[in-house]
Design a binder for this molecule. Structure first.
Ligand SMILES: Cc1cc2nc3c(=O)[nH]c(=O)nc-3n(C[C@H](O)[C@H](O)[C@H](O)COP(=O)(O)OP(=O)(O)OC[C@H]3O[C@@H](n4cnc5c(N)ncnc54)[C@H](O)[C@@H]3O)c2cc1C
Length: 390
C-alpha cells in the first residue's frame, strides 16, 4: 500500500477504485510528471499553453474520456475524474485545456448535436486534430448568462451571428467555438468555425492567474454560418448549464490534485527547513496546518468518489456537483494559501508549485460558477427559494 501520507491518501481511497480507473490515473500521473512539469514554468511566464502537448493529451485518451462511441475512450466518470485530478496536480491551466475540449465542446456535440455533427467533429476532437472553445460568458453577463446579448438571426438560407464573448478559454487557439446566442429570444448553440468572415478571437493578456492557458474574446460581426451548424438539441439556458455540470464535475476532482500538490510540497518543505534549530514541521502551528490540509483533502476525495459513483449510475444531480465544485475548490484555495505561507519567501518563487496553484485557484474558484453562486444553487435546493434570479 505504501505510505498513505506521502500519497495524500489517508483513508486508502485508492481501494475504492477499479483497477482500470487507477491505471488511467497513473498513466496521466506519469505523463504530467515527465512531459508537462519540465515546461510549466516557461509557459506560465510566457502566459500560454504548451500547444505541442495537445496531441499527447489526445493519445492519453483525455479528450472526452467519459463519452461513448465516436472514437472516445468510453471510460467511467470516475476514471475521467481521476485523470482530471492528475492534470490539475500539474496545473489548473492543463486541466482547463482538457475540460474545455471534452466537457464543454465534445459533450454538447455528443448530447445535442446532429448525427452529421457528431461524425464530423467527435473522432477528430478525440484525436486532438480539431480543438474547440465554449463561448457563453459575455462582458456584461457572467454569473447571469441568461441575459446574454449575442444574437442569431434566421436569414432563410443561413444564420447571422452578432455579439461578443469574453473570458473564453482556448478561443485564441481553437478551430471552432460553440457559441451560445439568442435566436428569436431563445438561447441555443452554434458551431462557428474560425475561418468565418467577421469572427475574431483577440487574446486577453495581463492575467496573473491561469497563465498556462490561452484566454481570449470571441467577437462576431455579421458572421454567416450554414443552417446545419446549429446544435439541434440545444434548447434554452438549461442546455448550456448541462455542459457546465459536466465541466464542474471534472473541476471538483481537479481541485484535489492542486491541493495534493500544495500539501505534499508543504509537508516536504517544513520537514527539511530548519528554523530556531528545529525543522519547521516540529512546531505545533505547522503541524495543525498540515493536519487541516490532509483532512480537507480526504473529505474532498470522499465527496468525489461518491459523486463519481452516482454519476456513473446516472444519478448525479447538478446541485450535488455544485457542492463538490464549491467545496473542493474553496478548500484547495485555502490549502494553497497556507502552503504558500509555510514556504516563506520560497513560496513566492517558481521553484515550488504552491504560488502558481494559489494564483490559478483564484480563477477556478470564479469560473464555472463562482463559490457564492454555487452556495446559492445549494440554498435554492435546500429552501426551494431562488435567491439569485432577477
Ligand atoms: C481565466 C478564465 C477562463 C474562463 N473561461 C471561460 C470559458 O471558457 N467560457 C466561458 O463562457 N466563460 C469562461 N470564464 C468566465 C467565467 O465563467 C465567469 O468569470 C464567471 O461565470 C463569473 O462571471 P463574472 O466574472 O462576470 O463575475 P460576476 O457575475 O460579475 O460576479 C462578480 C461577483 O459577484 C457575485 N455575484 C454575482 N451574482 C450574485 C448574486 N445574485 N448574489 C450574490 N453574489 C453574486 C459573484 O459570486 C462574484 O463574487 C472564464 C473566466 C476566467 C477568469
Amino acid at each position: 500500500m505504501g505510505d498513505p501520507l506521502l500519497k495524500s491518501d489517508f483513508y486508502d481511497v485508492d481501494s475504492l477504485f477499479e483497477e482500470d480507473e487507477l491505471l488511467a490515473r497513473d498513466t496521466v500521473r506519469q505523463w504530467v510528471r515527465e512531459r508537462f512539469m519540465p515546461v510549466v514554468e516557461d509557459c506560465y511566464r510566457k502566459g500560454e499553453f504548451p500547444m505541442d502537448r495537445a496531441l499527447e493529451l489526445a493519445q492519453l485518451g483525455t479528450f472526452g474520456a467519459n463519452l461513448q462511441g465516436y472514437g472516445c475512450a468510453g471510460m467511467s466518470s470516475t476514471a475521467y475524474g481521476l485523470m482530471m485530478q492528475e492534470l490539475e496536480w500539474g496545473d489548473s491551466g492543463l486541466r482547463s485545456f482538457v475540460s474545455v475540449q471534452g466537457a464543454l465542446c465534445m459533450y454538447p456535440i455528443h448530447a445535442m448535436g446532429s448525427e452529421a455533427q457528431k461524425e464530423k467533429y467527435l473522432p477528430a476532437m478525440a484525436e486532438g486534430k480539431i480543438l474547440g472553445c465554449f463561448g457563453l460568458t459575455e462582458p456584461d453577463y457572467g454569473s447571469d448568462p441568461g441575459g446574454m446579448i449575442t444574437k442569431a438571426e434566421d436569414r432563410g438560407t443561413h444564420y447571422r451571428l452578432n455579439g461578443a464573448k469574453m473570458w473564453i478559454t482556448n478561443s485564441p487557439v481553437a478551430h471552432f467555438a460553440i457559441v451560445w446566442a439568442k435566436l428569436e429570444g431563445k438561447i441555443t448553440a452554434f458551431i462557428v468555425e474560425r475561418e468565418r468572415q467577421g469572427f475574431t478571437t483577440p487574446t486577453q493578456g495581463r492575467k496573473w492567474s491561469l497563465r498556462c492557458s490561452n484566454t481570449g474574446e470571441i467577437v462576431m460581426q455579421d458572421v454567416d454560418i450554414p443552417k446545419e451548424n446549429r446544435l439541434p438539441g440545444a434548447n434554452g439556458l438549461k442546455s448550456a448549464l448541462s455542459c457546465l455540470t459536466q465541466a464542474r464535475y471534472g473541476i471538483a476532482y481537479g481541485a484535489i490534485g492542486a491541493a495534493q500538490s500544495c500539501y505534499e510540497t508543504a509537508r516536504d518543505y517544513t520537514l527539511s527547513r530548519i528554523q530556531f534549530g528545529k525543522p519547521l514541521a516540529s512546531f505545533q502551528l505547522i503541524q495543525t496546518k498540515l493536519a487541516n490540509m490532509l483532512t480537507e483533502i480526504t473529505k474532498a476525495q470522499m465527496l468525489c468518489w461518491r459523486l463519481g459513483r452516482l454519476k456513473d449510475a446516472g444519478k448525479a444531480d447538478f446541485a450535488q456537483v455544485s457542492m463538490a465544485k464549491r467545496n473542493n475548490v474553496g478548500r484547495a484555495l485555502e490549502i494553497a494559501r497556507d502552503a504558500r505561507d509555510m514556504l516563506g519567501a520560497n513560496g513566492i518563487t517558481y521553484e515550488y508549485p504552491v504560488g502558481r496553484h494559489m494564483m490559478n485557484l483564484e480563477t477556478v474558484n470564479t469560473y464555472e460558477g463562482t463559490y457564492d453562486i454555487h452556495g446559492l444553487i445549494l440554498g435554492e435546493r435546500i429552501t426551494g427559494i431562488q435567491s439569485y434570479g432577477g
